[in-house]
Design a protein around this ligand. Structure first.
Ligand SMILES: Nc1ncnc2c1ncn2[C@@H]1O[C@H](COP(=O)(O)OP(=O)(O)OP(=O)(O)O)[C@@H](O)[C@H]1O
Length: 303
């Protein structure tokens, strides 16, 4: 069963089409990236998913059904616009939020204590939110979205305001949640994090679906058909010139990128290189999600 299914969903605001004929599904236990430039329609899609607004046409199923009030307690949401109870002590606030989502008080305490510990915030549990730095408040926001152990977690820019160490901590937590079978939707402009974390993605542009599928497949499909090669000794670079069937070579410091002729088999090329030089790296170059994001937007604007 899919955790989420969108079938031909469209939404307009005052005659302006914001989402047009969007179909996709999210599988249980995956990290699903929701990507796209500013104004693409990502937040609108999340609001439809949470039944905050209704589609003009199409169907949205969550946990295999239309979203019921009870099913909402199975979802955790970290919204783009953050808001915490500034005057409340951290621990009390987390317990309160968990109880709002139907968690009994004792369990809520246990969850809160253990989560605060896991994000190294235990020492601040009796502090008021307003006494914390922006980054710490951001971590608390993240905790408040997962305090009730939701099956489906929707994270809108979870890394904003976090330093590299805290970004790594939150990333590890997200991976831990996936390992525990939770389904995660990650909306972010941070392509490096999206590439590391996401199993599959949906990319929107001007309300339309422009990319959809597994990150690995998308990166392979957008590959330029080049190979990265590195030799043990710099002098071995000259061997490349002795090999036929290479149309272009670009040097990148220690490694070189080679562009074989279309009809040349990678296997034969590898064999030839191994015979002639001491090869320590040979891999197909895949474009990053960031490169694909920019390339997709550029080709859309040229259409
Ligand atoms: N309630 C609304 N009424 C009218 N227009 C709206 C409303 N909500 C969103 N829009 C418009 O819909 C478009 C998509 O907005 P949305 O917030 O979904 O984009 P986004 O992809 O989340 O952008 P960002 O990355 O900047 O957060 C924008 O042009 C926005 O102005």
């Amino acid at each position: 069963m899919h955790t989420i299914e969108f079938e031909s969903v469209s939404k307009s605001f005052s005659e302006k089409t914001i989402l047009e004929d969007i179909s996709f599904s999210v599988k249980q236990g995956e990290i699903f990236g929701l990507l796209g430039p500013n104004g693409a329609g990502k937040t609108t899609l999340i609001r439809l998913l949470l039944d905050i607004i209704r589609p003009d046409s199409g169907e949205i199923l969550v946990f295999g059904d239309f979203l019921s009030p009870a099913a909402k307690n199975r979802i955790g949401y970290l919204p783009e616009e953050r808001g915490l109870y500034k005057k409340t002590r951290l621990l009390d606030m987390l317990v309160y939020l968990a109880q709002l989502k139907g968690v009994p008080e004792k369990q809520a305490h246990l969850n809160a204590e253990s989560l605060l510990k896991s994000l190294e915030l235990e020492q601040y549990k009796n502090k008021k939110v307003e006494e914390l730095s922006k980054g710490m408040q951001q971590k608390i926001q993240f905790l408040s979205a997962i305090i009730h152990e939701p099956e489906l977690l929707i994270l809108d820019e979870p890394f904003s305001g976090l330093d590299p160490v805290n970004t790594k901590t939150v990333m590890a937590k997200i991976l831990g949640l996936r390992a525990a079978g939770k389904t995660i939707i990650l909306s972010t402009h941070m392509m490096e994090q999206a590439q590391t974390l996401c199993d599959r993605i949906l990319m929107l542009n001007k309300g339309k679906r422009v990319l959809y599928g597994s990150v690995d497949d998308i990166r392979r499909e957008h590959g330029k058909n080049s190979l990265i090669v590195e030799f043990a000794e710099k002098g071995d670079l000259n061997t490349i010139r002795e090999i036929s069937g290479i149309k272009k070579v670009i040097e990148h410091g220690k490694s070189v990128e080679i562009f074989p002729e279309d009809e040349i088999s990678v296997q034969i090329l590898l064999e030839e290189l191994v015979q002639k030089a001491n090869l320590i790296r040979f891999e197909k170059k895949l474009p990053s999600l960031n490169e694909i994001f920019i390339q997709t937007l550029e080709s859309a604007s040229n259409e």
